[in-house]
Design a protein around this ligand. Structure first.
Ligand code: AMP
Length: 568
């Protein structure tokens, strides 16, 4: 298919913010999308493979600038200058390609196949000369591009497509194209997407217009699925209202989500970001083979760290390096041991259990798992309709060093990737501190051109002394909010004292209120403290610097938080 057609579709989709109009546009396109072009489904989401595939495009703005420069003959400096004023590199490409003077003798008609072919070569490149090879592959595409093709090619390579199309829109468009937007079909398409996690596969089945085909899509061992997400509750009353009564109350473990697949002697471990982390946790693989019965299964779990000597559970930060580190695994395994807490089972001996009620799944996992403390356990669970009992259980979870509790609907199915309210979380309330911004980092992708991550500091003992305590990038809406990246960038830019790479030092002046979940001792920050999950809540021009938090106040907050005992 000509890339021109896809670029025009992107353009049409961007021209409206109305979902129904987007569905109409996209469904017309899908109706006539030939089977051979099914990989275009990935491009619709700005990808080249299904979401779970590790092979990503991964091109920096700088490299994209070079490609634009090479294809247009305009210097990288000039491209960068345009980028600073326009803000969106795609728009920059479009503008510069309109004035392109170079001969187009070497160009050919760009097809989606060629785009996919070149982009798929990018993640395969390693070693010496990689950057130049990547540049050549992108430039080759750009050289044949029209202004609008260049715009969307640029946005695709830097991972910022901006067409306002999410999975839900694609689902409804397939439903409209092949099933007259029948509600049952929409549901079947969603379930097929949840199980296959691959839009091209689902498109291929949906285009035949048969519900039965969609229903046949199954989970596959070794292919990651999205984890079901939780809503929030602020009281047990609200929790019971949301998930029904009685419900299952479970410890909310403070670790990281691990979805475990097994078939025969093979085990695969995936994070909630769908990354394969099997190699990083050989002891978990061994433990699954030894302590869980069944030929094949998929388990959902939270993996927590504990201190080898004291056997006390540690917080997530303590074990986070185990997820990334790909060398010295044995050493790290010794130093930072983990325990798997299994709370759900999604597949067992060849059959999907997604549609079975939670209580049934929960019972089954408890049957097939042999618990071994500090290796693998079933989640601690209480089935109750009594707020007082639930509260007692919650306090025990906090005392056991965990984050709070989850409340789960006993009859509900498992909805991969959804936050539908079958499961809610209850955690201690967040608290506030007033702090000052002393540094920031320039963003990339959607946030390019803006400062997007901010370093927060508290006061030191001496005058004009500030100590870092955390970094915040959330709690900021990109528009329609009092605090935006744009407004913060404008506010902070005149206060920049020095810049090194993407990091800027900022004169302490802008006071902000942040909420956070917990204070922890930190060897990394000079203040000796780190905030867990800080979020901006307000700018505090009314607060003088001398009134922001000092280490004493933070120590106080630390002492008063419910879980402090484990540190003190
Ligand atoms: P949050 O990350 O705050 O949205 O809370 C949801 C997360 O809690 C899940 O993604 C899991 O990683 C984690 N979690 C810990 N314990 C449980 C449990 N017993 N059931 C479900 N999720 C849990």
């Amino acid at each position: 298919m000509q890339y021109k057609k896809l670029a025009q579709l992107y353009e049409d989709l961007s021209s409206t913010t109305k979902r129904l109009e987007k569905i109409e546009i996209l469904s017309k396109f899908l109706k006539f999308l030939p089977k051979e072009d099914r990989d275009v489904m990935y491009l619709l989401e700005g990808m080249i493979y299904p979401e779970y595939d590790d092979r990503k495009i991964g091109i920096s703005n700088q490299l994209a600038i070079k490609a634009i420069s090479k294809a247009t003959g305009i210097s990288p400096d000039k491209v960068t200058k345009e980028w600073k004023t326009i803000g969106d590199l795609g728009e920059v490409a479009k503008k510069l390609f309109q004035n392109k003077k170079q001969s187009t003798l070497h160009s050919y008609i760009l097809t989606t196949e060629k785009v996919i072919e070149n982009l798929r070569k990018l993640p395969e490149l390693v070693g010496k000369g990689t950057v130049n090879k990547k540049l050549a592959l992108i430039t080759e595409l750009m050289t044949s591009a029209s202004p609008i093709e260049a715009q969307y090619l640029t946005r695709t390579v830097i991972g910022d497509l901006r067409i306002g199309v999410q999975e839900g829109t694609i689902r409804e468009s397939m439903s409209a194209a092949f099933f007259d937007r029948d509600k049952q079909a929409s549901e079947a398409i969603q379930k097929a997407i949840d199980k296959a996690n691959d839009l091209a596969i689902v498109f291929d089945i949906a285009r035949k217009g048969k519900l039965k085909g969609l229903e046949k899509v199954s989970l596959e061992i070794g292919k990651p699925i999205k984890a079901m997400l939780a809503q929030k509750a602020t009281s047990f009353k609200e929790g019971f209202e949301k998930v029904g009564s009685p419900c299952a109350v479970e410890y909310k473990y403070d670790g990281f989500r691990l979805i475990i697949h097994k078939k025969g002697k093979e085990v695969f471990l995936f994070t909630r970001m769908l990354e394969n982390v099997t190699k990083q946790f050989p002891e978990v693989v061994e433990c699954i083979l030894k302590h869980v019965k069944g030929n094949s299964f998929i388990l959902d779990s939270e993996t927590v760290g504990f201190d080898k000597k004291t056997k006390e559970y540690t917080d997530f930060q303590a074990i986070s390096q185990r997820i990334r580190r790909k060398y010295d695994i044995e050493k790290l395994q010794e130093k930072l041991p983990v325990e798997v807490n299994v709370f759900d089972i999604l597949y067992y001996n060849g059959k999907s259990l997604l549609e079975k009620p939670f209580e049934e799944r929960s019972k089954l996992l408890r049957k097939i798992l042999t618990e071994k403390k500090y290796k693998i356990l079933a989640s601690k669970q209480l089935i109750t309709d009594d707020e007082k009992k639930a509260d007692k259980f919650y306090k025990k979870a906090l005392a056991d060093n965990q984050e709070g509790v989850m409340m789960k609907n006993l009859k509900s199915d498992y909805r991969p990737g959804r936050r539908v309210g079958n499961m809610v979380k209850m955690k201690p309330e967040e608290r506030d501190l007033d702090l000052v911004i002393t540094g920031a980092e320039y963003g990339t992708g959607k946030r390019s051109g803006w400062l997007s991550s901010f370093i927060l500091s508290c006061r030191g003992k001496k005058k004009d002394e500030y100590f870092e305590i955390g970094k915040v990038g959330t709690g900021i809406a990109e528009k329609d909010n009092e605090i935006t990246f744009d407004s913060l960038t404008k506010l902070l830019t005149p206060l920049i004292t020095s810049e090194k790479g993407k990091i800027a030092k900022i004169k302490p002046k802008i006071v902000v209120s942040v909420t956070y979940q917990e204070v922890q001792r930190s060897p990394n920050y000079k203040s000796g403290w780190a905030l867990r999950f800080p979020r901006f809540t307000a700018l505090r021009p009314d607060k003088p610097l001398k009134e922001i938090a000092d280490p004493k106040e933070i120590e106080e907050a630390f002492k008063n938080q419910k879980r402090n005992w484990r540190f003190g």
